[in-house]
Design a protein around this ligand. Structure first.
Ligand code: ATP
Length: 231
């Protein structure tokens, strides 16, 4: 569903990504792990069209989207949630309604309804300001916003950012519910997200150091110890 080939990019004349390869199959959860500054956000920005791709290509559902603008990629089905991902001064409902503008008018109500069905706790808070919700619920609004736009592939940039461990567990649990029905690429430094992964990549210094199934990652003790000190 998402194929990233030999991607190079950076800021100004500073190269950050070096020949990045990534492949996410339909309805798979792919967790992109990397420490601070590894280049995860930079890669996601290239994938959604916020940063130019210097070399290489990005295909989604077999369509070459490498040169498409960010709005055109959204229309083509690429959903993105940044670390913040919400409009804090708008109500939950208005956050969802804004996202629904990218789907045909006749489908908007259903798309919002589907998000409330998935995240039932948001229905009762629909008139509350998104910025006033708990950390975990704010993340759910951000994820719900992305789902309302009915993406073929959903990219989440560090859903754990700014959350206490309790809320991280809550977000992991809720994302687990999307497994098998949603194509997800989750960029994270928090290894808790391995729980929901089908496949894993590890980015270090803008280069992919590992890519494979969660099981093969789990069996690679050298890599696990080197990067994450996992037991
Ligand atoms: P984090 O978890 O801290 O966001 P990350 O893996 O997402 O880490 P990036 O934000 O992609 O890493 O940063 C990769 C490198 O690019 C870092 O060295 C960072 O300093 C640099 N960088 C990020 N944004 C910019 C920018 N706007 N201009 C110049 N350099 C940048």
């Amino acid at each position: 569903m998402l194929e990233v080939e030999s991607v190079e990019s950076g800021y100004g004349s500073v190269q950050i990504l070096w020949g990045v390869e990534l492949s996410v199959q339909e309805n798979e959860v792919h967790v992109l792990l990397g420490a601070n500054g590894a280049g995860k956000s930079t890669l996601l920005k290239v994938l959604v069209g916020l940063l130019p791709c210097w070399a290489g290509s990005v295909h989604m559902d077999k369509e070459d989207v490498t040169r498409l603008s960010a709005p055109a990629r959204t229309k083509a089905g690429l959903g993105f949630t940044s670390e913040v991902g919400i409009f804090p001064d708008l109500s939950v409902e208005d956050n969802l309604r804004l996202s629904s503008l990218v789907v045909p008018a006749a489908q908007r109500k259903d798309a919002i309804e589907a998000a409330y069905s998935r995240f039932a706790e948001l229905r009762g808070r629909r008139r509350a300001l998104a910025g006033g919700l708990s950390g975990g619920q704010r993340k759910l609004v951000a994820i719900a916003r992305a789902l309302v736009s009915r993406p073929k592939v959903l990219l989440l940039d560090e859903p754990s950012a700014g959350l206490s461990p309790r809320y991280v567990s809550e977000v992991v649990e809720r994302l687990a519910e999307l497994r098998g029905t949603t194509t997800l690429l989750v960029a994270e430094q928090n290894v808790s997200f391995l729980e929901i992964a089908d496949t894993v990549s590890v980015l270090e210094g803008g280069r992919v150091r590992f890519s494979g199934s969660k099981d093969s990652f789990g069996n690679d003790t050298v890599l696990r110890d080197a990067f994450f000190g996992l037991e």
